[in-house]
Design a protein around this ligand. Sequence first.
Ligand code: GLU
Length: 463
Amino acid sequence: MIRTRFAPSPTGFLHIGGARTALFSWAYARKHGGKFILRIEDTDVERSTPEAVQAILDGMNWLGLDYDEGPYYQMQRMERYKQVIQKMLDEGKAYHCYCSREELDAMRASQMAANLKPRYNGFWRPEPGKVLPETPAGIPPVVRFRNPADGVVAWDDMVKGRIAISNQELDDLIIARADGTPTYNFCVVVDDADMGITHVIRGDDHVNNTPRQINLLQALGATIPQYAHLSMILGDDGQKLSKRHGAVSVMQYAEDGYLPPAVLNYLARLGWSHGDEEVFTMQQFCQWFDLDHITPSAAQFNTEKLNWLNAHYLKQSANGLLAEEVAKRLSARGIDSNSGVDLLAVIALYKERVSTLNELAGAVEFFYKQIQPSQELLDKHLTSDVIPVLKALVANLDAGAWAQQAIHDAIQQAVTDNSLKFPKIAMPLRVMVTGGAQSPSIDAVMELMGKQEVLSRINKYLV
Ligand code: GLU
């Protein structure tokens, strides 16, 4: 049974890199009929916040990454960690260290002076035949893991290949602080063991922790999971993705008008591929996903591609769903789209022309509010030579049937009668009716808006 986990630290929002890690872990479990577990690593009490926990849950929920177990909270598992620490002490796999900060600093300074890599010198480490100093009174000790002294710790990383580290490179890690609280790597290890995690899929900023974690797991007699370390995501500009790049939080994408299937599809292709497939459902992704096709090199974010995918999913989305999202956005701008032109019809006319929900809302808001075309557009298109033509056209429109074809024919008639080009009339109409210079075919927009409203918008300029 495959068991994967996503183990974010709640110190900020759920960022795009975290979401990809979650997606890959989720998909791996789904593909193999396994279990996907959510674990909140909140032991850094200074930096963890309830808001950040909520942001993670919201992000997972928005993306639809459902978990089978959890969320587990490490802060609720303190007793368990302490129990394991005691067991390791009892079994001689860990030991108390009474070195003070000053002693450690001095140790470090003398090692540096001798051109040695600074490390704990094993002063309190029990060895067969070694006599330890008297336990100092009144000093609460830290607990250190008795790391193997030699040999190598190695694993076949499913993304990066074989990685081997000499144990001599590894210190005797502190697993509990002087106040008894367990440290980061230790909690991860106890959890991965207790939760029966078979595949650890995470960011490669954790590669350095892995040899320590493997040694600890071995000491606990736990099965060592497979590791897959994902390389980082670079921004559009090739630099490490950061706040500078604008939207890095998943919920920011929600706010900016991206659709979950587009973001998921996009994230799936960040460092993973299945032949040339670019557009696929999560169902297909879960069938195809494997760790062999993850590239070990860094993936670069490409906003244009995300926009292209989002446009694709917008086109495919039901008008009702889009209308709901657009109405929300318009209402946030104080625009009521519940009365007036049927929003569903408006969406149907516009959804092929935009990449995001926000763009969609922006493109259609003129139906529901007073517009004020810029003087520049008016000057450019509403020239004195077309005003008489437009007046005659309005009279014809008023007398004729209000349907797209009839409107089109009337415009065409005006164009022909006056030996003009179509845009010469269509553009001023567009500016007066929509307030801008871009729209789908103007006859379609006019039909939808309704005769009364269209003529009242136009007539303002023809007096
Ligand atoms: N809590 C760690 C983080 O947010 C992840 C730990 C892990 O996946 O092992 O970076």
